[in-house]
Design a protein around this ligand. Structure first.
Ligand code: ADP
Length: 305
């Protein structure tokens, strides 16, 4: 397998309350967060590439510089004149977080417009990771362009990984959301859903129902996350395995719990192919992440790779 993990999606500018009306700028987005954690935990002979689109403005320059500073490779990122990255603001009120988004004209919405570029990027990767958020921001024809490249990769037995990350506010049509998430899963051979989202939007009665539904779509391998309750692994030809979470006394901020789990899991699974050991390690990584503020936690606060 090519030692190259590719994640595809949107990274946004994040504005967070600092003091009073002062804001602090950061960069985050589910697919980039996963790339960040995969980079932290993969050996140096693996590369982690991020595919998105940004603008040609200063904030796009800064975002690329930030990505490069984390070790994530940016050479596949297209720059689009006249566009800018999407932006979101985190509001903190009485300890509760809420979000405002400005992303309807973000450059990333055009990330799948160049089919040749997408094909070359996917061809050189051993593992390709995308999410329901990646699909939600794309126009319908761009979803089809992306999924046809991923179906080709799946047919070539590459590891195509999908986190449904169901976010109804990103979709203007509920049925199209469910149909597109299912199409994303069909193009994948490892799906990493959060049970709560699946139960809410697909009506799954229990984790076994989530596994059965994705199996029915031709997904061989599943890692079903269930917050503090642990994860259930169902891998082709293997018994179903439950991996408990690591106990956390005080949860500070659950942002990126699922993304860090995914990145850490894939880093371990890529190297040793042992799903249970990878999930145990990922549970430790996610437990560290939720004990700190923000999506991207410094390496010294994470378990050793
Ligand atoms: P998502 O962010 O995708 O909704 P989950 O909430 O299922 O993901 O959490 C992802 C992972 O983070 C879990 O599988 C678990 O390892 C870890 N995690 C989440 N919440 C807790 C918690 N309260 N205590 C310990 N670990 C947790």
């Amino acid at each position: 397998m090519a030692r190259r993990l590719l994640t595809i999606g949107e990274c946004m500018v994040e504005l967070m309350q600092a003091e009073g009306d002062l804001l602090r700028k950061g960069y985050a987005g589910d697919s980039f967060n996963t790339a960040y954690y995969a980079r932290r935990f993969l050996p140096a002979d693996w590369s982690v590439d991020y595919l998105t689109a940004v603008g040609t403005d200063t904030v796009s320059d800064d975002m690329l510089a930030f990505m490069e500073s984390t070790g994530v490779d940016t050479h596949l990122i297209h720059r689009i004149e006249g566009r800018s990255p999407g932006l979101y603001m985190i509001h903190l009120k009485d300890g509760e977080r809420s979000f405002s988004y400005w992303r309807s004209t973000s450059a990333a919405k055009l990330l799948a417009d160049d089919a040749d570029h997408l094909r070359k990027a996917v061809e050189t990767a051993g593992i390709i990771v995308f999410s329901g958020i990646t699909l939600a921001i794309l126009a319908e024809n761009a979803v089809e362009t992306l999924l046809s490249e991923l179906r080709r990769a799946k047919a070539e037995d590459k590891l195509v990984v999908f986190d449904p990350n169901i976010r109804p506010r990103l979709w203007d049509d509920g049925q199209r959301m469910l149909d597109t998430i299912s199409a994303g899963a069909r193009a994948s051979n490892l799906v990493m859903p959060s049970f709560e989202d699946e139960a809410t939007h697909f009506g799954d009665a229990d984790i076994a129902a989530t596994i059965a539904r994705y199996r029915g779509l031709g997904v061989g391998n599943l890692v079903v996350k269930d917050g503090a309750n642990g994860v259930t692994l169902s891998f082709k030809g293997q018994e179903t395995v439950f991996v408990p979470t690591v106990r956390v006394e005080k949860v500070v901020d659950t942002t990126s719990a699922g993304d860090s789990f995914n990145g850490a899991f894939l880093a371990r699974y890529a190297v040793n192919g042992d799903a249970r050991a990878a999930a145990e390690f990922a549970a430790r990584a996610a437990a560290s992440v939720i004990q700190h503020h923000g999506a991207l936690i410094a390496a010294d606060k994470l378990p050793a790779a």
